[in-house]
Design a protein around this ligand. Sequence first.
Ligand SMILES: C[S@@+](CC[C@H](N)C(=O)[O-])C[C@H]1O[C@@H](n2cnc3c(N)ncnc32)[C@H](O)[C@@H]1O
Length: 208
Amino acid sequence: MDFGCGTGRLTTKFAALCRRIVAVDRSKRSLEVLKERSSGTGTSNIDMILADLTEPLPVRLAATKAFSVQLLQHVPSSEGRRRVMGRVLAALAPGGAAVFLDEVHALSRRLRSKPREVAGKDTLYFHPFTPKEIRKELRSVGFGSVRLVGCGVLYWSRYCILPQALTHLDVMLSSLPGMVWISKFVAATGTKSPKEDARPNTRTAAGG
Ligand SMILES: C[S@@+](CC[C@H](N)C(=O)[O-])C[C@H]1O[C@@H](n2cnc3c(N)ncnc32)[C@H](O)[C@@H]1O
């Protein structure tokens, strides 16, 4: 599953690796672009759902894997973000795993005194996570085995010189401990309990 798929920048790439992929977004226009994009490449294993992920999904799903790239950081309020996390957990099959990739409020942002949150009438809401916060929130909705990896340590370079070598080096750096404090993004993985009757903490997951 691809939660907050947008126009399918990543959905179409992952579709090539999956038997079936379900892409969810609340933007009708984005899903239309994804539809055009997938028919242009002859991809036929993408199902799309138009839904606001802070609300219960209109269908029951049992995905083995889910990802969500730069979605949570645009959901206003920690309650809303926990609801989205709860939807992702609810859509996983027992033993399934999810990865959330979002911007991190790391050292570079703090040193440059970048604001913790950006919100305005004409600006897209933006909330970079602290590593501690995303770990705590994922656990609070019922995700287990939460693991954080810092990605995009060299992102500031925009990979403008020797892009292949820099990207390669960046992937290597991501595997080192502590990178999440200096990277641009955090990739947070969590799993759903393999026991069918395991329930997320619905008090904080707000249903789902
Ligand atoms: C920055 S885009 C990322 C798109 C895609 N994941 C990518 O990496 O290319 C964020 C997407 O999240 C979607 N989104 C934001 N809040 C949402 C919500 N509450 N429910 C469903 N989709 C949402 C937006 O419509 C947008 O397409």
